[in-house]
Design a binder for this molecule. Structure first.
Ligand code: CYC
Length: 169
């Protein structure tokens, strides 16, 4: 698992280069966002159950057939598996927000996940929607908490969405 600093140093070390202006700009922006990143992780930590609950409620309002017989969240076992999955996405997103790097998502969450979902018939579209709703929820909480630029929150959620949406060739 890498963070923004280790990731950057790794890239420059590979080619034996000193940190140039691009690298320094990247580092400066990461350090400048440090306090905001910690604040967002704290917000997520304190409100994780609410974020998952609210986001799943919105998802089920948008896609009510998930909860009906034949839907992938039908039966309490699958319903709780879905809430648990949303909680995984949220928790790992909070790690990636602190790290400023998405590598942990590839390593711990996404590897082989699409295949698992496909073999169990878990629908990708609504899963992606659930991740997007959680992202919006976290961003509005952060805005309410007085963080002016919340755009860095998108990165881990977008990364998961992009991975799910990739078409295998
Ligand atoms: C199942 N979700 C699973 C399974 C895995 C994960 C491995 C199969 C095993 C199990 O049931 O526990 C996901 N496991 C993970 C992830 C990690 C991990 C991400 C990384 C930490 O270790 N169904 C829906 C919604 C969606 C959903 C759209 C929620 C957003 O209708 C999720 N995932 C869902 C459901 C199952 C599942 C319902 C159970 C499917 C089944 O057994 O039929």
């Amino acid at each position: 698992m890498r963070d923004a600093v280790a990731g950057l140093i790794g890239t420059y070390d590979l080619t034996g280069r000193y940190l140039d202006r691009d690298a320094i700009d990247g580092l400066k922006s990461y350090f400048a966002q440090g306090a905001a990143r910690v604040k967002v992780a704290t917000l997520i930590n304190a409100n994780s159950a609410d974020i998952v609950k609210q986001s799943s409620a919105t998802l089920y309002e948008e896609v009510p057939e998930l909860l009906r017989p034949g839907g992938n969240s039908y039966t309490t076992r699958r319903y709780s598996a879905c809430l648990r999955d949303l909680d995984y996405y949220l928790r790992y997103a909070s790690y990636a927000i602190i790290a400023g790097n998405n590598e942990i998502l590839d390593e711990r969450v996404l590897q082989g996940l699409r295949e698992t979902y496909n073999s169990l018939g878990v629908p990708i579209g609504p899963t992606v929607r659930g991740i997007q709703i959680m992202c919006d929820t976290v961003k509005s909480m952060a805005t309410e908490a007085g963080i002016s630029d919340v755009s860095f929150i998108d990165a881990p959620f977008d990364h998961m969405v992009r991975d799910f949406s990739e078409v295998s060739i």
